[in-house]
Design a binder for this molecule. Structure first.
Ligand code: 13P
Length: 247
């Protein structure tokens, strides 16, 4: 399975910083052994689309997509609008949105549906909090989050990407060990496999303090099919090292 390394820039960047970052990525990328994507803030999609134009090496992703097709939803961005800017992936259900915007499993499932209907691959984020892990609820939580998406999108599962992002590992420098991550990825794989043979081939990315130093051991796990990178995606050299770790 070809791995995917996606950078989630979160609410960071500026016209000048984005340009420097993308130019450095394109200059250093060569022929990557994996698929590569960057997910800038919505305000910069047009800029980054232009910077990437002509090079097929890096795909464009969004950090969210509306669950609605269009209309009176102030502040939302529809899947069709993202498509207009060449967006190939959309992160959906990131824990920061579940936490700060109160996104529910059902909303996440509907966002996945809208993305798929528009030809965008959703990167569906699942993950437990530290309290949930300490209570032994990790697999219960991630299975519940994924099953909401699977129930509403049963016929299209082959076109999704899943990202396991333990909430306690995001932005904390406290990465899941390769064994901890692999265990959850294997559970998610089993859940997908039970749905269909095609779903068994869905890429399951790891996210949460993945960096240039730990990427290779995480990516060597049998069920880790790539990474969703936050902080380290803002530094070209670090992001390129992570991409290189796919080889
Ligand atoms: P960090 O890599 O900064 O921990 O963020 C991970 C993440 O949330 C990617 O979506």
């Amino acid at each position: 399975m070809r791995k995917l390394i996606a950078g989630n820039w979160k609410m960071n960047g500026s016209l000048a910083a984005n340009e420097a970052l993308v130019r450095a990525l394109l200059a250093g990328l060569g022929q990557p052994a994996c698929d590569v994507a960057v997910c800038p803030p919505a305000a910069y999609l047009a800029q980054v689309q232009q910077l990437l134009a002509g090079g097929a090496a890096v795909a464009l992703g969004a950090q969210d997509v509306s669950e609605h097709e269009g209309g009176a939803y102030t502040g939302n961005v529809s899947a069709a609008m993202l498509r207009d800017f060449g967006v190939r992936y959309a992160i959906v259900g990131h824990s920061e949105r579940r936490q700060y915007q109160g996104e529910t499993d059902l909303q996440v499932a509907r966002k996945v549906q809208r993305a798929l209907a528009t030809g965008i691959s959703p990167i569906v984020c699942v993950g437990e909090t530290l309290a949930e892990r300490e209570q032994g609820l990790t697999e219960f939580i991630v299975r519940r989050q994924l099953s909401a998406v699977m129930a509403l999108n049963a016929a299209r599962l082959a076109d999704i990407v899943v990202a396991y992002e333990p909430v306690w590992a995001i932005g904390t420098g406290q990465t899941a060990t390769p064994e901890q991550a692999q265990q959850v990825h294997a559970a998610l794989r089993a859940q997908l496999k039970a749905a269909s043979a095609a779903a068994a081939g869905v890429r399951i990315l790891y996210g949460g303090s993945m960096n240039a130093a730990n990427a290779a051991t995480l990516l060597a796990q049998p069920d880790i099919d790539g990474g969703l990178i936050g902080g380290a995606a803002l530094k070209a050299a670090d992001f390129l090292t992570i991409v290189g770790a796919c080889a």
